[in-house]
Design a protein around this ligand. Sequence first.
Ligand SMILES: [Zn+2]
Length: 253
Amino acid sequence: MNTKILKENNEKIVINLTNTNFETANSIRRSCINNVPTMAIEDVHILANNSALYDEILAHRLGMIPLTTDLKTYNKLEDCKCKSAGCARCTAEFVLEAKGPATVYSKDLVPTDPSIKPVFDEMPVVKLFENQEVRLTAKACLNNGTYHTKHSPCNAYYQFYPNIKVLKSKKALDDICPRKVFKNGAVDKDNLLNCNLCNACTDAFPDSVTVEPEENNILLTIESWGQLAPKTIYNTAITNLISDLDEFKKLLK
Ligand SMILES: [Zn+2]
C-alpha cells in the first residue's frame, strides 16, 4: 500500500491510499475510531450539587468533553505500573467549583496537569441560578473507543477515487453537479475530490460523461474531535492495527 497526504490541517486529513483494497482501508478506518486511545473523564466525585441537573447527568456531560491527550506521557489504566490504582502516569485530575448565578463552561474545569485540558473552552456544562453551586473533583484516564465512545478521537470515512471522463463538454454539467466538480463543462481539478460518486451528472447526461470508482485507489478522511492531531490518529491507528494483527497471528499458532 502507498500513501500520500492530499490535504491536512489541525482538524482534518485526507490520505490517498493506493495499491490497496477497501477491506484494508476499512480496517484502518475502524482502528482510527476504536483503537486510538484518548483521555476522557471517567470518575467524578461530587461534593456539592444543588443545580437543576442530577449528579449522573452532570457526570455524563463532563465525560463527553474532549480533552487534549498526551500519548507519550500517559499509559492506559490497565497497562500502568500502578496496576489500575491510579497514578500520575495514568490519571489526570480536575477540580470544578462554581457558584450561581452563572453558566459553567468546560474551561471552568481546572486541571492539575496543564497538558490535559478541555479542547474547547466554551462547552456549556450547567446553568446555575442564585444560591446554586457545584463543587466536584474529576479523574480522567486513557482508553479506547471500544471501551466507550467518549474516548474515540475522530470520525473517519473512505471512498473510492473518482475517475471522471468528460466525453462531450457541456456547460450544463456545472449546475447539475451538487458538489461543483465541473467548471465550464470540464472537470475542475481543484474540486475533483469533492465528487462523492453520486452520479447526478451521468444520470442527466449519460452520453457526455462517465464516472468510475477506482477500486484500488482510496481516499481516507479523518476528522479529529480535537484530542489528537489527525496525523497522530492515523499513525497510532496503523501501529495499533499492526500490533493487533501480530497478536492474532501468535494466537493462531
Ligand atoms: Zn498508574
